[in-house]
Design a protein around this ligand. Structure first.
Ligand SMILES: C[S@@+](CC[C@H](N)C(=O)[O-])C[C@H]1O[C@@H](n2cnc3c(N)ncnc32)[C@H](O)[C@@H]1O
Length: 271
């Protein structure tokens, strides 16, 4: 795992990564493993995003907000499938520019916002659904982002997201350091509690098995194209990209790392 001294370094990592995601070797691996071609950097496969779509129950002309949208996965794909408006929010300009180009190529109605998910420049009750894919584990202010999701959602709206988590047993043993998973996987409070205290009702699904399977495919795809990956990223970063996934698989097998899918609705206080 890259070790980031601060969230700024984490953002710099993604900024750099989004300048490579549309290279031939990255796209080839993404299509083979994830079934998509948006420059994905999360673990969400096309089948899993189909589940996002079915849980969101969006209609044409509704508005979706995708936070930590990277180069457009999954926000642009969801919006295209449904025919809804989409707002994409992230920090790295490289990713947003890739997303803007893709939206233009696909003739889509999408707005890009360079902003912090913990301080969204959107009005209250501005969107019908919010999504994020493995974003909360890449930042520290998780409760603030969840609070913003709640604030910008219309009553009756839906928040769906995936996140990589350190297992309860790993945390209960007093561990805080980990050389697997994303840098900010540690939580001060379980997500379920955070969501409920924010005013959501929550449905939780364990997606660790698919995550493990996907990580194995990523290792195989990157290893078999290692020379091309090294030409794109440099040998050290290419080796790190393979070993990070290998460490994730080992951590899953030890029971230390999990990936969950959350479906959340604002509680109707009048209902
Ligand atoms: C694992 S990537 C996921 C990118 C993309 N959604 C995907 O599924 O491929 C996490 C994303 O979260 C973004 N991110 C990290 N901290 C953020 C913050 N405070 N506000 C908004 N986005 C943030 C990163 O820049 C990165 O694009």
């Amino acid at each position: 795992m890259s070790s980031f001294a601060s969230e700024d370094e984490s953002r710099a990592f993604f900024d750099d990564r989004f300048s490579h995601v549309s290279s031939d070797v990255f796209l080839e691996i993404e299509e083979e493993v994830f079934g998509t071609d948006y420059g994905a950097t999360s673990w969400s496969t096309i089948d899993q995003i189909r589940t996002f779509i079915s849980k969101m129950e969006l209609k044409r002309k509704d508005r979706l907000l995708d936070i930590g949208s990277g180069s457009g996965w999954p926000g642009l794909h969801i919006a295209e499938e449904i025919g809804c408006e989409t707002v994409l929010c992230d920090y790295p300009l490289t990713g947003l520019l890739e997303a803007k180009k893709r939206a233009g190529d696909d003739g889509m109605n999408a707005v890009m916002v360079q902003a912090d998910g913990a301080a969204l420049p959107l009005a209250d009750a501005a969107v019908d659904a919010v999504s994020h894919s493995d974003v909360l584990c890449c930042l520290t202010r998780k409760a603030e982002v969840i609070g913003e999701c709640h604030r910008v959602l219309k009553p009756g709206g839906t928040l769906v997201f995936t996140v990589l988590e350190l297992s309860e047993s790993f945390v209960h043993e007093g561990n805080r350091d980990h050389d697997f998973g994303p840098e900010y996987a540690m939580v001060d409070q379980p997500y379920e509690e955070m969501l409920i205290s924010t005013g959501f009702e929550v449905e939780i699904h364990d997606w660790t098995d698919v995550f493990r399977n996907t990580a194995e495919k990523v290792v195989a795809a990157r290893t078999s194209r290692f020379d091309r990956l090294a030409a794109e990223l440099g040998a050290d970063d290419a080796a790190d990209a393979v070993s990070r996934s290998e460490r994730n698989i080992a951590a899953i097998d030890r029971g230390d790392l999990i990936r969950r899918f959350y479906v959340c609705h604002p509680v109707d206080l009048d209902g």
